[in-house]
Design a protein. Structure first.
Length: 146
């Protein structure tokens, strides 16, 4: 588990992890972004502290067929998902302690709390339909095998 960069070879494994109800913390960035390049080292270290979970680096340009429809306003953007439930989506200050605190807060919630949170307001409902990494991975994998 721990850290990986999303690419065509590991998409099926990540999709399977989400199908198996795993926690995935994804950082959405771009290679040209200086803040992202600096943040990557800290994100890798965060992954090393939580080896039982999946941490994935997604270059939005290289992986546009997966995340091209995501509305990314700023970098880095963090997506946290447990199985089919998107628990957090939003831009982050490039301070890894904040990302870790958000992740730990989400991880402490029960499945029932996560499900309730996912439909608690319009923004959270839109995360489920618009930013589900599980859904977008399945679509991208289907488009390459079809």
């Amino acid at each position: 588990m721990t850290f990986s960069r999303l690419d065509a070879d590991n998409r099926p494994a990540l999709a399977q992890a989400l199908a198996d109800d795993a926690w995935v913390v994804a950082c959405l960035c771009a290679a040209w972004c200086g803040s992202c390049r600096e943040y990557e080292t800290a994100f890798r270290q965060l992954a090393e502290r939580h080896p039982q979970h999946y941490f994935v680096w997604i270059d939005i340009e290289d992986q546009a067929d997966v995340v091209g429809d995501f509305d990314i306003d700023d970098f880095p953007t963090l997506l946290i998902q447990r199985g089919p439930i998107v628990t957090f989506f939003g831009p982050m200050e490039p301070e890894i302690r904040l990302a870790e605190r958000i992740f730990m807060t989400q991880r402490e919630k029960s499945l029932e709390e996560l499900q309730a949170h996912a439909v608690s307001n319009e923004q959270h409902r839109s995360w489920q339909s618009d930013f589900s990494l599980q859904k977008h991975l399945r679509a991208a994998i289907g488009n390459t095998t079809g």
